[in-house]
Design a protein around this ligand. Structure first.
Ligand SMILES: NC(=O)c1ccc[n+]([C@@H]2O[C@H](COP(=O)([O-])OP(=O)(O)OC[C@H]3O[C@@H](n4cnc5c(N)ncnc54)[C@H](OP(=O)(O)O)[C@@H]3O)[C@@H](O)[C@H]2O)c1
Length: 299
């Protein structure tokens, strides 16, 4: 199938750079934007977003994936005004401009819109954010469809990569497990992590099939920091004695955290039942290739 021409706004970030690389490799007309002035990227800042750079381009763009955001929970909590201005007001401004140009917006929300009290959340579950970052995403989920009924909202869970250069949480944890550091890992903070390659494939599927509305794009397996640390230790042939089970409450002050984020990609799986998510086990095995197995301890 011929790939449509896509605009990736915020193409220097983690999700944005993976999307940009993927689409650029299949369609040279893929255009990225950044708030840093670079030769390759067009300039767009959420503070005062402008799509004027498209006037210089003779290519027609049909969808824009907005990856630009301040997704840092602590930053949002500590500076709600500034981060709201970018995450919500700037993004809504961009959506309006995209609409005027006939470009369909693809947006990101997060599993953090939920309060983590229920055992299971689906696409239909009622959000109830308990921290500032969650509130930003909640506003986007509520307001974006009012501006544009064509928009596609992708609600992501925590995303990881096997690529060591991405420095996602799984490699950070793997390094600590490998070095046998003392690790206090919460067993009551549970979530459904998703591999970045699955995110990219799922987004591509949704765009190609002209889907709109809200989709959970979340992992299908539920785990906790404690379980992940233990699984990594086992895969590395370590005894895991240095890993202590604890509660997220012991990590002190900061933004409130939803504890149980078992958020299922129900709508996505109903519409794409043949989509195969990679498993945590296989990705953990792939991660351990970066860390030589300890020959002294049997697994
Ligand atoms: N990664 C996850 O696990 C995850 C989970 C749930 C939801 N999400 C959502 O997915 C989206 C992408 O997240 P990510 O992990 O890729 O975040 P990221 O790595 O922090 O990247 C964010 C991008 O936004 C850009 N940006 C920040 N402020 C901006 C501004 N004022 N104007 C223009 N660009 C700005 C950054 O540019 P600079 O490089 O210049 O800073 C960067 O390119 C976000 O909406 C996030 O909430 C991500």
């Amino acid at each position: 199938m011929k790939k449509e021409n896509l605009l990736i706004i915020g193409s220097t970030g983690y999700v944005g750079s993976h999307l940009y690389e993927y689409y650029k490799s299949t369609n040279p007309y893929t255009l990225g934007s950044s708030r840093r002035k670079t030769l390759e990227m067009s300039y767009c800042d959420l503070y005062q977003p402008s799509l004027d750079f498209l006037d210089q381009v003779k290519i027609e763009y049909t969808s824009a994936i907005i990856c630009a955001a301040i997704p840092n929970i602590a930053k949002c909590e500590n500076d709600p005004k500034e981060t709201f201005a970018q995450n919500v007001l700037g993004t809504l401004n961009l959506i309006r401009q995209l609409q005027l140009r006939g470009i369909k917006p693809v947006l990101f929300s997060s599993d953090i819109v939920f309060d983590g009290i229920d055992d299971l959340y689906t696409d239909q579950s009622k959000p109830n954010p308990i921290n500032e970052y969650g509130i930003h995403k909640y506003f986007l989920e509520q307001l974006a469809p009012k501006l544009c009924d064509e928009c596609l909202m992708i609600r992501l869970s925590k995303t990881y990569s096997v690529d060591i250069q991405d420095e996602t949480f799984l490699h950070q944890l793997a390094r600590r497990v490998y070095n046998e550091e003392d690790i206090r890992a919460a067993s009551d903070l549970i979530f459904n992590p998703i591999h970045i390659d699955d995110v990219i494939k799922a987004i591509d599927m949704l765009i190609q099939n002209k889907c709109r509305g809200l989709y959970n794009v979340t992992g299908t397996e539920t785990t906790s920091w404690y379980m992940l640390a233990k699984q990594l230790a086992h895969a590395m042939g370590k005894d895991g004695q240095n890993i202590t089970e604890t509660s997220i409450d012991e990590f002190g002050a900061g933004a409130k955290r939803a504890k149980k984020l078992n958020v299922r990609p129900e709508r996505f799986l109903n519409e794409f039942p043949n989509f195969k998510f990679s498993t945590l086990e296989e990705n953990i095995q792939n991660i351990t290739k970066f860390y030589p197995i300890n020959p002294k301890v049997s697994s």
